[in-house]
Ligand binder design. Structure first.
Ligand SMILES: Cc1cc2nc3c(=O)[nH]c(=O)nc-3n(C[C@H](O)[C@H](O)[C@H](O)COP(=O)(O)OP(=O)(O)OC[C@H]3O[C@@H](n4cnc5c(N)ncnc54)[C@H](O)[C@@H]3O)c2cc1C
Length: 463
């Protein structure tokens, strides 16, 4: 689809919507067009802030009538900036920010504009939690549609493994509910296949009884990094699903609660989460302390939403960020050497590498049960190069690429990555990320979006 229609007036669409429509002349435009990653600088023709399904249907029909490319925006967190489009129409769902928790059925219905923090806020009041990610500012929509990896993945599976249904506006403007019982082809495809099949306006999730957890970081000096990584590999591989933790290379932030003697030091560590009671957690985590002792032991009992927002302040919107990713099934000692070599050379204080566990409950779902194919992988890895300074964009980018090239040979066979952690990978990598599921996804795409209206995403082409 091509279009420029760069000077489309917002007035005609505004007359039809309850939400705000922002054009290029609007004083709110510069703020409204920003996405999380400041490396992305897109200038849409119109931004339609939809407040309900009717707004979404109307905005989509208008965009198609005007020949505009359409991007769907949830939390705007996508590293590749796929929530926006140059010269096109952004259907911005961020005003659809509501949650309805049903404590009788342990379910939550969530508006597509919610952040993870919105969902946590609402469910925590009932002692419930939906498995999501590690930063509360991320959008629930993009995260869920790509898969959803976080602290509860080993315990309860990916976010999509806890998805019970979606409300969607399809390319032809129709509205459907997709679940195991209705439009099951769509329901299969949206569980990992991204925003390719329609605009999701609400998600229904299964929630679980969790209130507080034992969590936080343990950090070790870099000269223990290879041992720490090997310990982490062996220890977590044997641990119950109650325990999770992502491995990271980090620079200790120069402020409280971190002790002064560690400020600005590059270290490695794990951010843990144990969902059992504190006594069980202490016993389960004892080997971590025995392996150490850690230079920093930040383990404590805390509300799950506190853990899931603990790093928000470090990673605000507006930073330059560049991502590379892989799936990892085995961490050989040789692979660890490569990880440590590059992980010990972080180019800027916020740059990092994370290995997120996706084994446990997530690995007990079949590889064709949802669009997410890599059920045998043990980690979703991401090399996350970050700095506030635009002048450092090339520096962080080349570090991430060098790191990725060194460790990619040790990645899970198939060549794919978690789509939500990809940035400028090409279409071949998308196909590789779905492996055998790609053909079925392309069929679903042909049925529901034969014209590829929804292509501002990791695009699955209609079969
Ligand atoms: C700092 C940071 C931390 C992160 N941590 C995690 C983590 O812990 N776990 C994890 O799994 N991921 C994580 N992510 C990745 C995150 O899942 C993706 O960036 C995801 O795309 C964000 O969703 P969003 O709604 O905010 O994005 P947006 O930029 O708004 O949209 C992203 C994509 O989703 C599509 N989309 C959005 N909303 C809809 C909708 N309602 N209907 C159809 N398509 C839609 C868009 O078309 C676009 O292609 C993190 C990202 C960042 C930047």
């Amino acid at each position: 689809m091509t279009s420029v229609a760069a000077e489309v007036s917002p007035d005609e669409l505004q007359a039809l919507l309850r939400g705000e429509v922002i054009g290029r002349e609007d004083p709110r435009y510069e703020q409204a067009r920003k996405v999380y990653n400041a490396m992305i600088d897109k200038r849409p023709a119109l931004i339609a802030r939809c407040i309900d399904v009717a707004d979404v249907q109307t905005a989509l029909a208008f965009g198609l009538q005007e020949g505009l490319e359409v991007a769907i925006r949830g939390g705007a967190h996508n590293a590749a900036g796929l929530g926006s489009v140059d010269d096109g129409l952004v259907i911005d769902l961020s005003p659809m920010r509501w949650v309805r928790v049903d404590p009788n059925t342990n379910t939550a219905v969530v508006g597509a504009g919610c952040t993870l923090g919105d969902v946590d806020h609402a469910t925590h009041a009932f002692g419930l939690a939906v498995p999501m990610g590690v930063l509360s500012t991320t959008g629930i929509a993009g995260l869920t549609l790509g898969g959803g990896v976080g602290y509860l993945t080993r315990r309860h599976g990916l976010t999509i493994d806890n998805l019970l249904g979606v409300d969607m506006v399809l390319a032809d403007g129709s509205f459907v509910h997709a679940s195991e019982d209705e439009h099951d082809d769509l329901f299969w495809a949206v569980r990992g296949g991204g925003g390719n099949f329609g605009i999701v306006t609400a998600f229904t999730f299964r929630a679980h009884e969790h209130s507080t957890v034992t969590g936080g970081p343990t950090l070790w000096p870099l000269d223990r990094a290879a041992d720490a990584m090997a310990f982490y590999r062996d220890f977590l591989g044997q641990a119950d699903d109650d325990l999770s933790g992502f491995f990271a290379f980090v620079t200790v932030p120069p402020g409280p609660p971190f002790p002064e003697h560690l400020h600005n030091r590059q270290m490695c560590g794990v951010v843990w989460c144990h969902t059992g009671d504190p006594v069980q957690a202490a016993a389960a985590l004892q080997p971590v302390r025995e392996f150490g002792p850690p230079a920093l032991d930040g383990l404590m009992e805390l509300p799950l939403p506190a853990l899931q927002s603990a790093f928000d302040a470090l990673y605000p919107s507006g930073l330059q960020s560049y991502w590379r990713a892989d799936f990892v099934s085995e961490l050989s000692d040789e692979a660890i050497d490569a990880y440590v070599h590059h992980g010990s050379r972080l180019p800027t204080p916020l740059s990092t590498m994370h290995l997120y566990p996706i084994d446990g409950a997530a690995s007990r779902v079949g590889r064709t049960d949802t669009a997410w194919s890599y059920r045998e992988a043990k980690w979703a890895q991401v090399i996350f190069a970050v700095d506030p300074e635009p002048a450092n964009a090339d520096l962080i980018k080349s570090w991430a690429i060098d790191y990725w090239e060194a460790v990619h040979p040790y990645a899970t066979a198939g060549g794919g990555a978690y789509v939500n952690f990809m940035m400028d990978d090409d279409q071949d990598r998308v196909r590789a990320s779905y492996r055998d599921n790609y053909g079925r996804l392309a069929q679903v795409k042909r049925t529901h979006d034969p014209g590829n209206v929804f292509h501002v995403n990791w695009n699955i082409k209609p079969a």
